[in-house]
Write a protein that binds this ligand. Structure first.
Ligand SMILES: Cc1cc2nc3c(=O)[nH]c(=O)nc-3n(C[C@H](O)[C@H](O)[C@H](O)COP(=O)(O)OP(=O)(O)OC[C@H]3O[C@@H](n4cnc5c(N)ncnc54)[C@H](O)[C@@H]3O)c2cc1C
Length: 337
């Protein structure tokens, strides 16, 4: 592996976008992913704001496994036993954002990365950074030492490697929320019928109020082609041991609400997942780069969590591309510091 230009740690959207861009530029790159395949460990609500990243990954989107184009927005304020909903639909929404399911989406992007010429090594956890005189010179994975000119750390929200590189501090409970999500299959026609959508059209529905039981956060419902993604996000910092419920219970209670239960009736549970979401975590990041190393995606604190809106996938894709471009420029100058 002598002469490897870059190692990317993490096969989420940030890491995949970085590896794709590097490979397309003709640089030698290996991506390590600890999961069985890219996407296997990744959780998202499901709305990708595609507009900002389209120009950065030009031409890639035509065959992307996008579920539905969001053409309708709803927001519901909930008390214990009542609610009020606002709906907004407009031609102007068309083409801006799409719902996606991460497992097929990340697998598809990983295929593009491989086709572009990068190596993806799944089931391989990077355990440490190789350092030389304060400079990052490679990584350690399963006791093997792999040198490279530069390492892009895209290991997600907790980013222990970002800490090791001295680029960020640990995530505190006050800067984190936890998201619980279910993917529920209803069938394509039924999704369209229940949510008043035409073929290919999608709904993004957000919820706030009593459903989070006094904790910062909110709920979301996104329509996929033949399923829905339904979930809750709640702030970890607000949670107290003496609270008379476990965190996952908020999603169960949400599903039992009169506004939600009919929407998921007779649906088949396809997937359950939970994941941490950073909240203002950019404040934990001291620098986005060091000597021989860069951060991208959630690792760099690039996520926006308003409780009802969580956004990070477009930031992950964009920061991966931009990190790769910085590496390309560094290589041209022969200086990775
Ligand atoms: C419940 C929930 C709802 C959300 N909703 C939305 C939404 O609707 N829209 C939106 O834009 N964003 C949303 N987000 C945020 C978005 O999902 C993230 O910001 C984005 O996925 C971050 O991508 P990433 O590549 O930085 O990190 P990740 O997707 O977390 O990828 C990190 C990868 O690194 C791998 N890894 C970690 N450590 C190592 C290691 N040591 N060695 C090898 N591999 C390693 C992991 O297995 C993982 O595959 C949501 C997040 C959650 C949790």
């Amino acid at each position: 592996m002598e002469g490897l230009d870059a190692i990317v740690v993490g096969g989420g959207l940030a890491g995949l976008a970085a590896a794709y861009t590097l490979a397309r530029e003709g640089l030698g790159v290996i991506l390590f992913e600890r999961g069985d395949h890219p996407g296997s460990k990744n959780v998202t609500g499901g709305r990708l704001y595609l507009d900002p990243v389209k120009p950065l990954l030009d031409g890639l989107w035509k065959e992307a496994p996008l579920e539905r184009q969001v053409t309708k927005e709803r927001i519901t304020a909930m008390t214990e036993d009542s609610s009020v909903t606002f709906e907004f639909s407009s031609e102007r929404l068309k083409g801006h954002s799409y719902t996606i399911l991460r497992s097929p989406f990340d697998r598809w992007l990983a295929e593009k990365v491989t086709q572009a010429g990068a190596f993806i090594v799944p089931q391989r956890k990077v355990t440490d950074l190789l350092m030389e005189d304060g400079r990052v010179v490679g990584v350690k994975a399963d006791e093997e030492e792999i040198p490279a000119s530069v390492v892009i750390i895209a290991d997600g929200v907790l980013s222990p490697l970002g800490e090791k590189a001295g680029l960020r501090r640990p995530l505190e409970a006050g800067r984190a929320a936890v998201g619980f999500k279910e993917v529920i299959k209803l069938g394509e026609e039924e999704v369209s019928r229940r949510f008043g959508l035409r073929k290919g059209e999608g709904l993004a529905h957000l919820f706030f109020g009593a459903i989070t039981k006094g904790i910062f956060g909110g709920g979301f419902l996104y329509t996929n082609r033949e399923s829905i993604s339904l979930g809750m996000v709640v702030g970890i910092g607000d949670f107290r041991e003496e609270m008379p419920f476990e965190m996952p219970q908020v999603l169960e209670d949400f599903k039992a609400r009169a506004e939600i239960a009919p929407l998921i009736e007779e649906g088949e549970l396809l997937e359950y997942s939970a994941h941490i979401i950073p909240e203002g975590a950019y404040r934990l990041v001291k620098r986005l780069y060091g000597d021989g190393v860069l951060l991208a995606g959630d690792a760099a604190g690039f996520a926006l969590n308003h409780g009802i809106t969580v956004r990070g996938m477009d930031f992950a894709l964009a920061s991966g591309v931009l990190a790769a471009r910085a590496v390309r420029e560094a290589k041209k100058r022969g200086d990775f510091s």
